[in-house]
Design a protein around this ligand. Sequence first.
Ligand SMILES: Nc1ncnc2c1ncn2[C@@H]1O[C@H](COP(=O)(O)OP(=O)(O)OP(=O)(O)O)[C@@H](O)[C@H]1O
Length: 295
Amino acid sequence: MDVIDVSDLHHHYGSFAAVAGVDFAVREGEIFALLGTNGAGKTTTLEIIEGFRRPSGGRVRVFGRDPVADRTRLSADVGVMMQSSGLIGELTVAETLGLWGGLRSRPDSPTDLMSTVDLTDRRNVAVEKLSGGERRRLDFALAIWGRPPLVILDEPTTGLDPESRAHLWDTVSALRAGGSTVLLTTHYLEEAQALADQVAIMHTGRIEVAGTLAEVLTNQPARITATVPPAVPLPHFHGTPTVDGHTLTVATHHLQDDLYTLLRWAEEHNVRLDTLAANPASLQEIFLSIGKEKV
Ligand SMILES: Nc1ncnc2c1ncn2[C@@H]1O[C@H](COP(=O)(O)OP(=O)(O)OP(=O)(O)O)[C@@H](O)[C@H]1O
């Protein structure tokens, strides 16, 4: 059974369709990254999965249950980090974790969690005095309290410095290694590319591309670019060449063959390919092409 199953999900705010027919499934023990442009509908989708919002249409199941009707029952097994936190400003970090522990059925250690999110030195500081990144880390600690089987994180690394981001991703990987399933949104594509097992890219309420990273990336062409002299006729490539000024770009599914063709051509015509670059498809490129095509 999938941990999360979303089918034909719709959500309207008044007459505006924020989510317009979304399908995806999150399997047990994987990190699933929901990516997308601003306003794509990611947070709305997460809030529906968390049971905080009733969908306008479609079906969502979390551990086989309806997240709205069974929210109380599911809450023991689901840790949530929302985009904006509901922390109480007057409480210290340690008090916040202590209070949270009293509300959760799973056991955990505030001391260990403070160490995990690197807030041990800030344990006696009131939440209202914490920096934005420190608050985000405290929010994260609450979401992973008790290492729940499902953790849902809405932009967990936004506002964190690079070191804290890397550390948070290490913790997310450790959660996966411990058997938890993680659904998250992020605007840091390189992080999603490094760590997610599956990704889905949303744009204007729909999923445009989805699958395992390998699936998503192999369907996209790699790219060769080089500066070429104007007068020499180009060779035949498997991929599609375009020339803009002196810059040749070849979008290709045969990176090695087309690179070899270009290098052989350069040697035969005594051309120096000073700016030569060959890049496999990246999420960044897919993401940008989705944004460009659809805007
Ligand atoms: N309560 C609301 N009332 C009306 N419109 C809303 C409401 N909440 C969100 N929207 C709109 O719905 C769309 C989807 O918003 P949502 O927050 O789900 O997007 P998102 O993908 O999470 O965006 P971002 O990456 O910018 O956080 C946006 O156009 C947003 O303005």
